[in-house]
Write a protein that binds this ligand. Sequence first.
Ligand code: AOF
Ligand code: ZN
Length: 387
Amino acid sequence: MTRLPRSKQILRADIAMRHSDEKWMAEAIKVGRQARVWSAPNPAVGCVIVRDDALLAAGFTHPTGQQHAEIHALSQIDDAVGATAYVTLEPCSHTGHTGPCVDALIGAGIVRVVLSCVDPDPRVAGKGVAKLESAGIDVTTGVLEAQAHDELKGFFLRLSRGWGRVTVKMAISADGRSAMASGESQWITGAAARADVQAWRAESDVILTGSGTVMADDCALTLRQCENRLSEADWQRALAKPTARAVVDSSATITHDAKVVSGDTPTFLFVRSDAQASTDMPSSVSYIPLDAQEKGVDLKAVFKLLGDKGANEILVEAGPTLVGALQQADLIDRWLIYMAPTMLGADARPAHAAVFKKLSDAPRYSVTGHELIGDDLRIIMRAAQDS
Ligand code: AOF
Ligand code: ZN
């Protein structure tokens, strides 16, 4: 048998290791998705513990004050000595609501830690890696970083700019209309697409709408468990920590009998500071006053306040006025569009009220996903520079 020169042997070993690292990091990313429904303000991190290329345990972030992903994984095994931990975010080195994950990994006898993204939280930001390395642990960073970063994007955005990822959902006809001239809109898309929206609601931290939509539809904006890509266990976690609701209600027109303020889901009503707030709202409802502006309220301030409340993922389900205003203020990070195979005609309502005079003023997006959901086409688009 011809032997490879030593440098080539090392290269092959390197490639095999990188391949195996990517395989296990992909698994950690998948595991971390289970945390999306309840981890905010914490990022939805995944962790797998592996020895001799075999999975020993998998963990994901729990709600505030409970286990981080690494602790959840370690809690499932008695012996992690000599194992490798794959984590989608740098393990924490601080004592916040829970103790440092790096100490738990060191204490458990983990010999190698492979991570995707360095934690942007200033309490960690590289200190986790430094502490692991000073304990003699071999640390590899940046594995499947772009993919993991995208999974944790809302958290990264909130830490860097003060508010999380803004995703706008629209249900439209193939000619871009969202309701008949009369306002009739139930239903343009089919049952499968509407069930898919429930998964997006569950995986968001707040659903934002405008008072016009609340007045027209008396929508509840609650989570409704249905058949979709989420498992029964995902739903149980989602319902244990329901997605908050928020309404831009500049003139404080919403009354206590609206469905959007019913139940005990936390609900935020953004009103102009000079508007007269209602005094008989349930205790789950909070009024948030904002400075009056020429056109209602400052939408960036709305997002910043939702960021202060820990929302990493903001799902907007609103009518043409609010969606158009967000579009014109360039505040939309991602579009979630369900396009039904129908044409509603020229007097049907447009999905958003933004106006562009020239073709060159119209924004361009990149399509980052497309899938047939029942009979409807789901399209995910992002700002071109952000894909
Ligand atoms: C980890 N593993 O699974 C997550 C981490 O308030 P605490 O104590 O829960 O800490 C929150 C911070 O911990 C959060 O801002 C982020 O920096 C980090 N998240 N770290 O080791 C995890 N979710
Ligand atoms: Zn931690």
